[in-house]
Design a protein around this ligand. Structure first.
Ligand SMILES: Cc1cc2nc3c(=O)[nH]c(=O)nc-3n(C[C@H](O)[C@H](O)[C@H](O)COP(=O)(O)O)c2cc1C
Length: 387
């Protein structure tokens, strides 16, 4: 039988041979080595702007500010990418460095900016400040048709609509869009339903842009499933976290291979200071400490400070300091315990692969049968999670 070829994904000026976007993973997990390797294999490799000032200063042995660091990370990834497409994930919640991260990424030659963890209302206006404005694709992450509509309305005033949308469902790693556990498990928020809402809004606006599915996508067959629903690509995080090239350290990767489904939790009261549910491995030392309210609240990094405030700065009963925990997990904060975030599918990881192997598996049908990975279908996992 002929191999099924996945269609190319075209977003603004960027053409990906494989319709897979490797999701941005902060802090330091979607490293330049990961993003560069994914881009080289024909997908979009995505960096994360979170904590880049520290990461790049550490990598290059001199002081970089946010803007310089974002530019340098793009340059470093592009050296590996062999002409492939590099994006930057910039979280709205990391408010202090948002504008510098956008402009710095553009200085470095980034092809796309992907922005979520809040609605990226000001993105088109910031991008306009840069001479490369027309070259860069702008891709908001949304989790409802309503969010897509709000962005379209606001952006249309700036004369620039999104070039694509990532629709992220409740099985994703990192933050998810909802604040309450019941919302995350509500079948109405099943990724397939969110996609339908967003595709309908695009139709109403007569906007023929790629819609990309994210959260729980694991196999080649999952990709085909989402393409059959009208998506033009997928964004995947957890599978790329479990590659040799990702920035996760060896303890993190071992936990990814060893974890079972009951090890994966949505942290909530205490949870992320961003207010959204945040998925963690429950063995994370930082998370264990936070649950016992044993870590004194403090902010010595300032990434999430909004007008001087962060929910984890003064109290520890509702929120914990994700910045310190995530920096510790990439060995950049020796005085704190480590915090590991994953997607709901992390329990299916049973081997750390190279990006080349993973992209082969995602692109070639029945690859998983050849390498005998144990699999549960996406449908099965969805059903269990939503029960
Ligand atoms: C370890 C990890 C860190 C993440 N960090 C970010 C982030 O900093 N910003 C963001 O927008 N999304 C983040 N995400 C979400 C991913 O970009 C992606 O959309 C999501 O993981 C897709 O779900 P999957 O993990 O089931 O493939 C993160 C995901 C993981 C697994």
């Amino acid at each position: 039988m002929m191999l099924t070829m996945l269609p190319e994904l075209v977003i603004r000026n960027s053409k990906m041979k494989v319709p897979v976007i490797q999701g941005g993973m902060g802090i330091g997990l979607s490293s330049y080595s990961l993003a560069g390797a994914v881009a080289r294999e024909g997908g979009m490799g995505v960096l994360s702007s979170a904590g880049l000032d520290r990461i790049i200063s550490n990598r290059h042995g001199r002081k970089f500010n946010h803007r310089q660091a974002a530019a340098q990370d793009v340059v470093d990834a592009k050296k590996i990418a062999n002409g492939g497409i590099i994006g930057m994930n910039i979280m709205v919640a990391v408010i202090n460095s948002y504008e510098d991260s956008v402009l710095g990424s553009m200085d470095g030659g980034v092809d796309a900016i992907i922005s979520g963890a809040g609605l990226p209302m000001s993105l088109p206006e910031i991008v306009k400040l840069h001479p490369r404005a027309d070259e860069v694709a702008l891709i908001p992450i949304v989790s409802s048709g309503r969010a897509a509509e709000v962005i379209f309305k606001r952006w249309s005033r700036s004369g620039r609509l999104p070039d694509a949308l990532v629709v992220e469902g409740p099985l994703a790693g990192g933050h998810i869009a909802w604040r309450e556990l019941e919302q995350a498990t509500d079948p109405a928020n099943h990724l397939e339903n969110l996609l339908k809402e967003v595709l309908d809004v695009c139709k109403t606006w007569n906007l023929d842009i790629p819609v990309v599915a994210a959260g729980g996508v694991y196999t080649h067959e999952d990709i085909l499933h989402f393409l059959s629903l009208g998506c033009r690509g997928v964004q995947m995080g957890t599978r790329f976290l479990a590659t040799h090239e990702s920035g996760a350290n060896s303890d993190y990767k071992k936990l990814l291979v060893d974890c079972v489904e009951s090890d994966i939790e949505l942290s909530h009261k205490p949870g992320s200071p961003c207010g959204m549910l945040f998925r963690v491995l429950k063995q994370s030392p930082f998370y264990l400490e936070a649950q016992e309210f044993a870590r004194a609240p403090k902010c010595n990094k300032g990434y999430l400070l909004n007008k001087g405030n962060c929910a984890a700065k003064l109290e520890n009963d509702k929120a914990f300091c994700i910045c310190n925990g995530l920096l510790a997990s990439i060995n950049l904060e020796p005085n704190e315990k480590k915090l590991y975030t994953v997607g709901q599918m992390a329990h299916r990881i049973n081997k750390i692969l190279s990006v080349k192997e993973l992209m082969g598996e995602l692109t070639i049908p029945n690859f998983k049968a050849k390498i005998n990975l144990s699999e549960k279908s996406l449908e099965e996992t969805n059903k269990e999670f939503l029960q």
